[in-house]
Design a protein around this ligand. Structure first.
Ligand SMILES: *[C@@H]1O[C@H](CO)[C@@H](O)[C@H](O)[C@H]1NC(C)=O
Ligand SMILES: *[C@@H]1O[C@H](CO)[C@@H](O)[C@H](O)[C@H]1NC(C)=O
Ligand SMILES: *[C@@H]1O[C@H](CO)[C@@H](O)[C@H](O)[C@H]1NC(C)=O
Length: 393
């Protein structure tokens, strides 16, 4: 009998322990004085102090409503896993009072979840004012920065009208972006949807990105990046690069883009490097099951990427590209050159594979065609256009 009561005591103690472990302590931003239509910058900073100090898993809830947020720094390391659940809309100031490239910064967190919320950068008034000649728009805020976060999930959020890149991922490891929405006008400059650099194991899935620049762009040190079931357009397409502009760039390694649809984008899937560049490598990059709807340059390797004549085109790129595949890519091109593989004369592309490509062009500029330079791709399956059939111009 005595044994049994001890067992029951132990069991209920364990159950209590289990429930406190699995049930997060909830912090409600309202209790920190947040009110709809008011500025919550201070309330959020105060709440974050408590949440970050909590020694068991906690959840910070921002209730529904529209709030002004001047800036937010959700900085770790914190003591336990944190979920931030946003039911409302956060609005950045439309007019900046000081130059800054930050708005919401999420940094050095492990086991973090960001769940829902609309991040409205209110960029419409700044578009076109800062960067008429180049893509560099000066110090304008990126809607959300993820710096050095690990084992985390970003789910169901919306980024609206960022003044610059919508989201920047730097130094992160094992982060999944699920059901992320990005919306900005087609003519908004430098508003990349998700830019990933120096990060490993990033998954983007079931997302929808409409913007003025790259849908997803991968910078140096992007490794094991997977993008699936994501739609892009308008915008500039999915890009690796541009690479080679700076010394000591880290390799790009392991890029898997699958089951994505691009619509009315300026480019499709593209790898771009600067001529007259620094050394670098990018390898193991695979694009498969991609649907193109009225897309410019649907399949594109461009090692002569030199916008606004900022470089010497006569000096070849020193970024070596290898193990690249384009498979099962179908739909329509808005340019007659549907497959363009322009590799470096200094370090030609190696091990490029093109399989089952069927792209139509119906404009007035002639038949659908392909252009190749410094590459001998391995071809199989359907080839429309006939990849590298004509010698380079
Ligand atoms: C990656 O992060 C997810 C979400 O936190 C976690 O469940 C998973 O265990 C992590 N994977 C590894 C290999 O650490
Ligand atoms: C990311 O995607 C890859 C390939 O689909 C998968 O193996 C990996 O487990 C995923 N990681 C996470 C954190 O979901
Ligand atoms: C990806 O696309 C292929 C070909 O259209 C299809 O067979 C497959 O089921 C798709 N996978 C997912 C996860 O949607």
């Amino acid at each position: 009998m005595a044994f049994k009561s001890i067992d029951i005591f132990a069991l209920s103690f364990l159950l209590l322990l289990a429930s406190t472990v699995s049930q997060a302590t909830v912090f409600d931003l309202n209790t920190y004085g947040a009110k709809p239509n008011a500025d919550i910058t201070q309330a959020l900073a105060n709440a974050w102090k408590d949440v970050c100090a909590a020694t068991s898993p906690s959840k910070l809830v921002i209730p529904s409503g529209t709030y002004t947020l001047t800036e937010a720094k959700l900085l770790g390391p914190c003591k336990a896993p944190i979920e931030v659940q946003i039911q409302g809309t956060l609005q950045a100031p439309a007019v900046m009072t000081k130059a800054s490239d930050n708005w919401v910064v999420i940094e050095r967190l492990d086991g973090f979840t960001l769940n829902g919320g609309i991040f409205d950068g209110q960029g419409k008034s700044s578009y076109g004012k800062h960067c008429a000649k180049t893509d560099y728009c000066g110090k304008l805020p990126i809607n959300i920065r993820y710096n050095f976060i690990t084992n985390s999930i970003i789910r169901g959020i919306t980024s609206l009208d960022s003044k610059q890149f919508h989201m920047n991922v730097l130094g992160c490891n094992n982060v999944t972006f699920d059901h992320v929405t990005v919306t900005a006008p087609e003519d908004s400059p430098n508003t990349d949807g998700i830019h990933i650099g120096r990060s490993t194991g990033i998954n983007i899935t079931d997302s929808n990105i409409k913007t003025g620049d790259d849908c997803i762009s991968l910078g140096d040190g992007a490794k094991q990046i997977t993008v699936v079931k994501t739609t892009c357009g308008p915008g500039h397409g999915i890009s690796v690069g541009s690479l080679g502009k700076y010394p000591n760039e880290e390799p790009v390694e392991g890029v898997f883009i699958r089951n994505c649809t691009l619509t009315n984008t300026q480019n499709g899937v593209r790898i771009k490097t600067w001529p007259d560049s620094h050394e670098g490598t990018a390898s193991d990059m695979h694009f498969e099951d991609i649907i193109m709807n009225n897309v410019g340059n649907p399949i594109l390797i461009d090692q002569e990427y030199c916008p606004w004549n900022q470089c010497k085109l006569s000096v070849p790129s020193k970024v070596k590209l290898s193990k690249v595949s384009f498979k099962k890519i179908t739909g329509t091109s808005s340019t007659p050159v549907a497959v363009k593989l322009v590799c470096s004369g200094g370090v030609p592309c190696e091990n490029v594979e093109v399989a089952d490509v069927n792209l139509a062009y119906s404009g007035p500029l002639g038949p659908v065609t392909s252009v190749c330079k410094n590459v001998k791709p391995i071809l199989s399956g359907t080839q429309t256009p006939s990849t590298c059939a004509t010698a380079a111009a």
